[in-house]
Write a protein that binds this ligand. Structure first.
Ligand SMILES: [Zn+2]
Length: 162
């Protein structure tokens, strides 16, 4: 079951540089601490994340910390790694994986991510209904499985030389 949430967003118009098609580009409006808009891996869909309400956030953080405990890492780097692995714990949205590091939307017609955004000032604020990040598949796993997923994702996405 997909949970959805209605929220205000700043609306901009994005124009695909490849095919000329237009799509809506959102930014959170008047957002609170801990709120983010994430994207699916293919850049097609926005998904809402509230870090403070998220059921798996602390758990993922703890597993990550246990993996990197011996490495000297800045807080920023830790955060970067966190978001690189975060998507692997989220349920798919529209059959796509979540990529919490992706910032650019893609064209809904041709898939290109060369989208130029015309920002308005002041921006138009509209209310949209977006899927909320959930972790039901993740929640059904045992500790070991969770740890294995995080370790695999860490190896794959957080290129570390040491
Ligand atoms: Zn296009």
């Amino acid at each position: 079951m997909t949970i959805q949430r209605e929220l205000p967003v700043e609306l901009s118009e994005g124009v695909c540089q490849k095919c000329g098609d237009k799509r809506e580009v959102f930014n959170l409006s008047g957002f609170l601490y801990g709120e983010r808009l994430l994207l699916t891996e293919d850049g097609q869909c926005y998904v809402y994340l509230n870090c403070l309400d998220d059921t798996a956030f602390d758990e993922i953080n703890q597993i990550l910390k246990s993996i990197i405990v011996d490495r000297k890492m800045s807080h920023d780097q830790e955060t970067e790694y966190f978001y690189k692995i975060f998507g692997s714990t989220c349920d798919f949205v529209n059959k796509a994986k979540i990529d919490a590091t992706r910032t650019k939307v893609s064209c809904l017609s041709c898939g290109s991510d060369e989208i130029s955004v015309n920002e308005k000032f002041p921006p138009d604020v509209i209310r949209v209904t977006l899927p909320v990040i959930t972790h039901s598949a993740w929640d059904s796993m045992d500790e070991q499985m969770k740890k294995r997923i995080i370790i695999n994702e860490f190896k794959e996405r957080c290129a570390i030389s040491s």
